[in-house]
Design a protein around this ligand. Structure first.
Ligand code: GZL
Length: 327
């Protein structure tokens, strides 16, 4: 392991909560004296959702602002494309590799190649399930279990006065991804003490509107009674809203909807009473990533886990936030 990565690991497992949008940016990123511009190789999941688009823009804008050379690759939601991109970054001898792993497993081999090449790796947005903690120096992103719990806690409060059964359908994120696994478990934990809640159907909509609509159509055909939709992201919720309306039902009234992300289009739907609660997942990680990469490159100690701060939104709060919503 490189001295730099070791130094970074010494920082241990401190968890630092930095503001979601971070202070970031700052002066250019050339090494003092050397004039060498920091080069980051970034492998992005894809362009599957409004959240992802905002996340990509945040990283690209922050790189420009920080004077960082960004080599950016879009994997179109395929792990093999991310692995190819990481290998290419290794060949190009970038200073730092950063990526948002589309799924949790299957990264050890390529991350060991990055380690052998003495190129530090930063995880952003999503985690990996590797047991070898020396394979990356830091993970910057949300706590998805907490997000799922926030969604479940809201449901428990919303139905506190209801005694009859509450039938829930769940649109899961990309199979095997950290947000899908963790939002599912956090939600299940939050509602497990309430026997009235029944998850009657649960299926992946792959975080996209099209698939979210398609799966919701199938739920509407197969389920005699649906009271609540829990969607792991807003894009699937927005696709499901189309299906619910085409089935002649009122989203937000006949079927209550709780979702995650907090993108602008979902806030518009909330202002129209179509989504009842939204748990924010902040995509604006760019400035924090540039700050982190500069520290790693300079051999400074960095926090092992940097959790983004996030909020929750009722329809009233979303309506008020709409005019200034960045994404
Ligand atoms: C969460 C991110 C998820 C978003 C989806 O951090 O990985 O991926 O919730 C996106 O919108 O597709």
């Amino acid at each position: 392991m490189s001295k730099r990565a070791a130094a970074a690991l010494v920082a241990g497992a401190m968890v630092a909560v930095l503001t979601a949008c971070g202070s970031g940016g700052g002066s250019g990123s050339a090494d003092k004296g050397s004039g060498h511009k920091l080069t980051i190789g970034f492998s992005q999941v894809g362009a599957e959702s409004g959240w992802r688009t905002a996340n990509t823009k945040s990283i690209q804008d922050a790189a420009k602002k920080a004077g960082v050379t960004l080599k950016f690759s879009d994997a179109q939601q395929k792990q093999e494309n991310q692995i190819k991109a990481i290998r290419s970054f290794i060949q190009q001898k970038v200073d730092v590799i950063a990526f948002s792993p589309v799924v949790e497993s299957g990264w050890d081999t390529v991350l060991k190649e990055a380690k052998a090449a003495h190129i530090p790796v930063i995880l952003t947005d999503r985690a990996v399930d590797s047991k070898d903690e020396s394979l990356y120096v830091s993970f910057l992103g949300s706590d998805f279990v907490e997000e799922g719990k926030k969604a479940g806690d809201w449901l428990v409060k919303e139905y506190a006065a209801t005694s009859g059964e509450v039938n829930i359908v769940q649109l899961e994120g990309t199979t095997g991804s950290a947000p899908a696994n963790d939002r599912k478990s956090g939600f299940a934990d939050a509602i497990k003490g309430e026997p009235k809640f029944k998850v009657v159907a649960s299926q992946t909509g792959d975080f996209t509107r099209a698939k979210g609509k398609e799966v919701m159509q199938a739920f509407l055909k197969s389920q005699p009674k649906i009271d609540v939709l829990y969607a792991h992201n807003d894009d699937m919720a927005l696709g499901a809203i189309q299906a619910i309306e085409e089935a002649g039902k009122k989203p937000g009234t006949d079927i209550k909807i709780v979702s995650v992300d907090g993108v602008k289009d979902a806030f518009t739907a909330m202002s129209q009473g179509k989504i009842n609660y939204d748990v924010e997942c902040n995509p604006l990680l760019g400035d924090q990533l540039m700050e982190l990469a500069k520290k790693v490159k300079a051999g400074e100690t960095v926090e092992r886990r940097i959790k983004t701060e996030e909020s929750t939104f009722t329809p009233e709060q979303a309506t008020a936030a709409l005019p200034n919503r960045q994404y």
